[in-house]
Design a protein around this ligand. Structure first.
Ligand code: HEM
Length: 342
């Protein structure tokens, strides 16, 4: 199903072909990495998860009209499943520098949806940095080809021709990959924009307790899950769901997620609280559940339609790759209801 461009977007020529090429390359890579039928095919991006935890998103009361839209239109709460992950396509020890992801799936969300594969959920995906390393689908293909050819992305950022150097991208890629002490004490951003009713906006999840002391010495390969598990056995945590509305289309572009929307142009404003209560989440069945979930920015109500080329690419890629890995593993893709028990 094709979705019409909003008035905020302009798709570059060749975008559909670049997206199809990304799907082709990812499937090829997954087929090389995993044997189809053995049940162990992981996500191509963010394959290492630390768990899916039960949560609740509580919308603020008395939001001003420009913020009281979509899932934030009334002061209610939604049950949620929140999957924490490392970004690298390779499953590796947690002390390695890496991007860190938090994917939130709200349930009991009424109304029409942008994708046909779900009826009652709304997803929001975040990473621990505010700007992305590539501009659009064609850039992504170029980066893939260079990694395929050379085994490293260096030539994408610093090719022989200095006029083609992607220095901004290199800086962004380096800042995304960090060592961290605790997934529950970070701030995360969507990097790419979404509609907030009629206005483009970016979203961010900010822990109410911010702290990062880096990787602990002598840490185990999976210390991030262990730290989260110990903490949530003792007490819950909360994040603020923040929104930044676009106020200037030129300096806060929709089609280039490498460019920071400066808070001096438009401040971040709180619209809801994500409460993660005290719990245990690391039974084998619940860890498998985290593996089997499918998140997509396009699991969304129209009021929060993802915007810009990177997001248009993700509409096709996430659906195709989720279907591919579920089929390869002989498992059914499904949308949770919040009533799951482990
Ligand atoms: C063109 C750019 C991008 C491509 C091709 C891409 C690709 C993917 C793929 C293939 C997956 C796994 C899907 C699945 O098997 O279910 C994934 C997961 C993910 N991506 Fe992206 N991605 C892109 C950009 C981004 C951006 C800008 C963000 C910023 C928030 C992001 C955050 C995530 C997160 C957090 C997950 C893990 C979701 C989960 O927990 O299941 N991605 N991505």
């Amino acid at each position: 199903m094709s979705i019409a461009l909003t008035r905020h977007e302009q798709a570059p020529a060749g975008e559909d072909a670049a997206i199809a090429e990304i799907v082709r390359i990812i499937k090829l890579k997954l087929r090389e990495q995993f044997r189809v039928g053995q049940g162990n095919m992981r996500r191509d991006a963010h394959p290492k998860h630390h768990g899916a935890v039960r949560a609740e998103l509580v919308v603020e009361s008395d939001l001003p009209s420009e913020l009281a839209v979509g899932v934030f239109s009334s002061a209610r709460s939604y049950p949620a499943w929140v999957r924490f992950s490392n970004g690298s396509g390779t499953v590796q020890a947690d002390h390695m520098r890496d991007g860190r992801g938090i994917a939130i799936k709200l349930m009991d969300v009424a109304g029409s949806k942008l994708m046909g594969d779900e009826a009652h959920t709304q997803d929001f995906l975040f990473i621990n940095h505010d700007v992305f390393a590539v501009k659009d689908a064609s850039d992504y293909v170029e980066l893939f080809r260079i990694i395929e050819r050379n085994g490293t992305p260096t030539q994408f950022f610093l090719s022989a021709n200095p006029f083609k150097w992607h220095l901004k991208e290199l800086a962004n890629a380096n800042k995304i990959r960090v060592q961290i002490s605790n997934l529950l004490t970070l701030r995360y951003w969507t990097m790419t924009p979404y509609l907030m009713g009629g206005t483009p906006a970016k979203f961010s999840m900010r822990s109410q307790v911010l702290a990062n002391t880096g990787a602990p010495p002598n840490s185990t390969p999976d210390y991030l899950r262990e730290v989260m598990s110990q903490q949530l056995k003792r007490k819950g945590v909360a994040f603020d769901f923040m929104v930044q509305l676009q106020t200037d289309a030129r300096h806060m572009p929709v089609e280039d997620p490498r460019i920071r929307w400066e808070p001096s142009m438009s401040p971040w404003r709180k619209v809801a609280t994500l409460r993660i209560p005290m719990q245990t989440f690391d039974s084998p069945a619940q860890l498998q559940f985290a593996e089997d979930l499918s998140y997509s920015p396009w699991h969304s109500v129209p009021e929060h339609q993802p915007l810009g080329g990177v997001n248009r690419c993700r509409r096709i890629v996430y659906h195709a790759i989720s279907e591919f890995r579920h089929a390869a593993n002989g498992r059914n893709a499904f949308e949770p209801t919040g009533t799951e028990q482990f």
